[in-house]
Ligand binder design. Structure first.
Ligand code: G6P
Ligand code: MN
Length: 445
């Protein structure tokens, strides 16, 4: 079986490869094709992979290419993990938004819109090529903003485009852990959009354990989301929100914390990864050691400003590896081997949330088998959550429309309608600033 990874020179590719190396079962991936625009990054990541595979019998064969069509032909699965504009682009997204007093995070608010506007045209092109060159392949999208980008691709590929994120799994695992339940046996009732969802229940053997957690302030304060949001707010909500909702529920505080930070997340990762790629290209350096150190530092500092502004302290040891490669591998296995499983994925709504149309990509528990991922029926969200989900989905639709029509006015509309952008004037200045900063947005007229 052949897996093609777009953005194959990306920093998280060794995570996926490491997971592949543990898979000994029939029908596993035997060939990995890394595609990237940047030779140097491909070279550095290949060196990490070679060290990972040393001594592992039957490790998948890894090849690299900068030719997209060649990478796609013959693929059974395509992981799309591209970053249009690179980390420099991410840093600019943050800087421009924060200067206007709004959030620049790569998936939330103005930053997510800017990133979406330059990614959708590229994702469209990839999806069209997949439809032509590898029509039976499954595309698993990792690229943020993951829900929006998956929706763009699903317009060409239907249910063959599936988006993944590890934050719902991590959240479900933490909730199970504090309740003393086995995460593998728990059904996590999680619903929403990517980075905009809520855990409303955790069922083990048909019994919902979440009420016990919500009734216990000490228990609530004992894990990441409890410290981030505070037990009182979680009790008011009657649910545990995805950590990215911290940017909504504590918007002023997070904007201020990021404005005051010495460097934005994107700028930090840009500098950190520049050092890694430089080191990993040197023959006298262990690329794997350099990668491991860099990864540990990245994970320890994840959402640091949010945690600091909430007084939440350091991340817990168990939370340090997100496990996104495990979600990807589990999804690929379930499809390739028809091993039925339940995973929280980004798929087309198809009636799951009645407030959204069928083609809207949502993040919900899905039953996965050889026929793909099918959302499970779920109880409706409360009005406050439906309101947010609908508002953000409407913004995503404006982003898709702006990308399709190359319309600057529609891009302004996307910024202006976002619940975290508080003035049309700000939206206009954001659009101007982003278009001036990003060559990838020059198409907006
Ligand atoms: C979490 C999020 C991802 C994000 C990743 C890395 O897993 O769900 O969407 O890409 O963290 O975040 P970072 O800030 O390190 O790029
Ligand atoms: Mn994510």
């Amino acid at each position: 079986m052949r897996l093609t990874i777009l953005g194959g020179g990306g920093f998280r590719v060794p995570l996926v490869h490491g997971a592949l190396l543990t898979d000994r079962a029939e029908g596993r991936v035997t060939e990995v094709v890394l595609h990237d625009l940047d030779d140097r990054r491909l070279h550095a990541v290949s060196r990490v992979l070679a060290e990972q595979a040393a001594g592992v019998p039957d490790a998948p064969r890894v090849t690299v290419t900068t030719d997209l069509d060649e990478a796609l032909r013959g693929a059974d699965f395509v992981f799309s993990a591209i970053r249009v504009g690179g980390l420099e682009g991410r840093a600019a997204d943050e800087r421009i938004a924060l200067a206007e007093g709004v959030l620049g995070q790569e998936t939330v608010g103005a930053g997510g819109i800017a990133y979406g506007l330059r990614t959708v045209p590229v994702a469209d092109d990839i999806a069209r090529r997949v439809a032509r060159l590898a029509p039976d392949a499954w595309v698993i999208n990792f690229t943020n903003p993951a829900g929006l980008v998956t929706e763009a691709m699903s317009r060409h590929l239907g249910g063959r485009a599936i988006g993944i994120c590890d934050s719902p799994v991590g959240l479900g695992r933490r909730v199970a852990r504090v309740l003393g339940a086995d995460p593998r046996e728990a059904f996590v009732d999680y619903v929403g959009l990517n980075h905009l969802g809520w855990v409303r229940g955790l069922r083990v053997g048909g019994r919902d354990l979440l009420p016990r957690l919500l009734a216990d302030p000490a228990l609530l304060g004992s894990f990441e989301e409890g410290r981030l949001f505070g037990p009182d707010w979680l009790r008011s909500l009657g649910a545990i929100p995805n950590e990215y909702l911290h940017y909504y529920y504590f918007n002023r505080e997070t904007v201020r914390a990021y404005q005051m930070a010495e460097r934005t997340r994107g700028a930090f990762l840009r500098d950190q990864q520049a050092r890694f790629y430089e080191a990993a290209g040197r023959p006298d350096v262990s690329a794997l050691d350099a990668w491991d150190r860099t990864r540990a530092e990245r994970e320890a500092t994840y959402m640091a400003e949010n945690r600091e502004s909430a007084g939440a302290g350091e991340r817990e040891e168990e939370d340090l590896s997100g496990g996104y490669e495990k979600v990807a591998l589990a999804l690929m296995r379930a499809i390739a081997r028809d091993e039925r499983t339940t995973l929280i994925l980004n798929v087309r709504n198809n009636g799951t949330l009645s407030a959204l149309d069928d083609d809207a990509v949502v993040e919900v528990p899905c039953l996965v088998d050889a026929n793909g991922a099918h959302p499970l029926a779920t109880a409706p969200l409360p009005a406050h959550a439906t309101g947010l989900v609908c508002a953000v989905k409407a913004v995503e639709r404006e982003v898709l429309a702006a990308a399709r029509s190359a319309s600057r006015a529609t891009a302004v509309k996307a910024f202006a309608l976002h619940p975290l952008v508080d003035s049309v004037n700000v939206a206009r200045r954001l659009a101007d600033g982003y278009i001036a900063a990003h060559p990838g947005l020059a198409y907006l007229r």
